[in-house]
Design a protein around this ligand. Structure first.
Ligand SMILES: [Zn+2]
Length: 261
């Protein structure tokens, strides 16, 4: 018996079907592998542009910084990290950040603004003195949020975040967030005021009010958001309430969003 010839297009279809049945994983291989890995080094243009932007932002300000070499660790890093030593014009900084954190230039600029526009005026108001130092407990760190690989990558991994555990006044008094946040005195008022003031300057501003992971530090980062994430602003609290009412199932996602960064 003579077999009828299949049209060419139908032949390829049958062949493709047979192959996909024989090797079901073959068609998915590209998907499993995901997008190509990022380049091992930052392109020269990105570093050049980043340096120019950094100098534009910081060189006119009394910011004490040192531009470091590009950092690239897999998806982590930044083309132009800076070591931020503090603020002030003289031989030694007026406000020292210790140990000196490794941060992005945008974050360094926002920290300067926060120090000058918020921290010092609030210190004068509540403590009748200025602030001479801040304690850095985490800056650049190639990790996920909470060090949990199932959560999104932290802004710390892009040198875009700083954790501050406390302050030293010009009189030499140490004010630790862990000890003083809930104290109810003028030190607590100072800490609450500077946290509230941070909301307008950073993409994220979290402290002890957010959760237990932040009971001993403020987390500030420059993540770009439609609205800054700051648990203190009344609008944010209202927005969260509304979101919970509208979508109770997404409550868990909101909790993760406000978790430790
Ligand atoms: Zn943090």
């Amino acid at each position: 018996m003579r077999r009828r010839k299949l049209p060419l297009s139908l032949k390829s279809f049958v062949l493709a079907l047979a192959v996909s049945n024989l090797f079901p994983a073959a068609g998915q291989a590209a998907e499993v592998m995901g997008p190509p890995p990022p380049p091992e080094r930052w392109p020269g243009k990105a570093v050049e542009a980043g340096r120019a932007d950094c100098l534009k932002r910081l060189s006119g300000l009394p910011v004490r910084f040192e531009i470091l070499g590009p950092i690239k660790e897999g998806v982590c890093g930044t083309p132009v990290p800076v070591r931020l030593k503090g603020f002030g014009k003289g031989a030694s900084p007026t406000v020292a950040i210790e140990p000196a954190p490794v941060v992005s230039c945008r974050l360094a600029e926002a920290l300067y603004r926060w120090t000058v526009d918020v921290v010092q005026p609030e210190a004068k108001k509540h403590l009748q003195t200025g602030i001479a130092g801040m304690t850095n407990v985490a800056s650049y760190d190639c990790r996920s949020r909470y060090n949990n690989p199932s959560l999104r990558i932290s802004e710390h991994a892009f040198a875009n975040a700083l954790d501050i555990a406390g302050f030293v006044t010009e009189k030499g008094e140490r004010i630790a967030i862990l000890d003083r946040w809930a104290g109810g005195d003028e030190r607590a008022a100072f800490l609450h005021a500077i946290h509230a003031g941070a909301c307008k300057l950073f993409g994220t501003a979290l402290g002890p009010e957010a959760n237990d992971a932040h009971k001993n530090h403020f987390h500030f980062d420059m993540k770009e958001r439609r609205q800054p994430l700051c648990d203190f602003s009344p609008e944010q609290i209202e927005a969260k309430k509304d979101a919970r009412k509208k979508a109770p199932a997404s409550g868990q996602a909101a909790a993760v969003e406000s978790g430790r960064k």
